[in-house]
Design a protein around this ligand. Structure first.
Ligand code: FCB
Length: 386
């Protein structure tokens, strides 16, 4: 016996990428020197072939980011050729009737800005909105959804607390400046983008985690505090400047005071991350209070052998469906990622793709799990064996 879990009409089924991770040839941003991505997947040239595959997988939505460093290689100087490039990319998607979601900042920052102190410099709150507004002026007819900043807390944590990502600082004071500058930049960009196009749909993408206490009230208290800071702190502050919420879900934490996070699940991804599908339900329920449409803008796993991906997709979607049944306004699911790509400080080893990429020949191969995902997308429903 099988049950069919149907998703709402017009639900978006898609996948996501970001410029630095897939495009190749990006040599003028803050990552280029210390963490060169080389030719990556050469998506910059192969985008149309990649969209053929997107269509073959029955997907109707694609989230990608613009490389700010291509578009504005020097402060205030916009590169018309690169603007035309992304126009072609967007037109290609539109000609296939694919809903487009564009991220304006997905971790990488133009070199000129990082040399001025990057996101720790309060001037970013005028540079970023200027770029954001320009993008709306250029592409408003081609972009369905705009995401301003990808995962503010992850960026700040990796770049200014852990010190692993550019600019590799470990400085809580700078980290605070960065988070406030991100808030300011988002808010101002939101306003200016709407000035350029009052109909623009502008949101923010956050990486929400589900934390729960392990044994007692102290653990519970810590878990609640983590849920508040990681999931709600930023969103509470931009509540009136977001038309939708983009949710990236990867993590569940079991908290033991003072802060011990155990993984009790035998299955982990190739990144060592726990697989915990139920968590997506809890973070979705946590977003209900904002009363905004929610898009799952990322969810996925590194799994080179493709041994867990199918189950992963199925089990996460089962919990997404439950959240929808209980009234959470989820409008789409975009799997991370369309193809294997450059996983930041971890380089090319982790394999997150629905498409397997051969980095020598740059050939793409559809993984079995992707075919499974394609069936779900086509039928707009998930079949669960009883
Ligand atoms: C998210 C990032 C994305 C990718 C996945 C695995 O935090 O937004 O670029 O690296 O993790």
């Amino acid at each position: 016996m099988a049950d069919a879990l149907n998703f709402p009409e017009n639900f978006l089924w898609g996948s996501a990428t970001s410029a630095y991770q897939v495009e190749g040839g990006l040599d003028n941003c803050d990552w280029s020197k210390e963490f060169p991505a080389g030719k990556a997947c050469d998506h910059y040239h192969k985008y149309s072939e990649d969209f053929d595959l997107l269509e073959e997988l029955n997907l109707n939505a694609y989230r990608f980011s613009l490389a700010w460093s291509r578009i504005e290689p020097e402060p205030g100087e916009f590169d018309q050729q690169e603007i035309e490039h992304y126009r072609k990319v967007l037109q290609d998607l539109k000609s296939r009737d694919i809903t487009t979601m564009v991220t304006l900042h997905h971790f990488t920052t133009p070199l000129w800005l990082s040399e001025k102190g990057g996101w720790a410099n309060s001037k970013v709150a005028s540079y970023f909105p200027r770029y954001a507004k320009k993008m709306v002026e250029e592409y408003q007819d081609l972009v369905d959804y705009w995401a301003t900043i990808n995962e503010p807390f992850v960026y700040l944590g990796e770049s200014y607390l852990a010190g692993e990502w550019p600019p590799q600082r470990r400085n809580p004071y700078l980290a605070l400046k960065v988070i406030y500058n991100q808030l300011k930049s988002h808010k101002k960009a939101y306003q200016e983008m709407h000035e350029a196009d009052s109909e623009a749909k502008v949101g923010i993408v956050t990486n929400n985690q589900y934390s729960e206490g392990n044994r007692n009230f102290l653990d519970e208290f810590c878990a609640k505090t983590m849920n508040y800071f990681i999931n709600d702190w930023f969103l509470n502050r931009v509540d009136s400047e977001m038309d939708f919420i983009g949710l990236n879900y990867y993590f569940h934490n079991k908290v033991k005071f003072p802060y011990r996070v155990d993984n009790e699940n035998e299955k982990t991804t190739d990144m060592g991350w726990e697989i915990y599908p139920e968590g997506i339900y809890h973070v979705l329920k946590g977003l209900q209070k904002y009363n905004k449409p929610v898009f799952i803008t990322e969810n996925g796993l590194a799994d080179a052998e493709d041994q867990y991906r199918k189950e992963f997709i199925k089990n996460h979607l089962r919990w997404v469906h439950k959240a929808i049944e209980e009234g959470v306004d989820v409008r789409g699911y975009l799997h991370w990622s369309l193809m294997d790509n450059f996983e930041w400080a971890d380089g090319y080893n982790p394999r997150f793709g629905l498409l397997e990429v051969d980095y020598d020949s740059l050939e793409r191969k559809i993984r079995d799990s992707a075919r499974y995902y394609a069936q779900i997308a086509k039928s707009n429903s998930l079949t669960m064996e009883r």
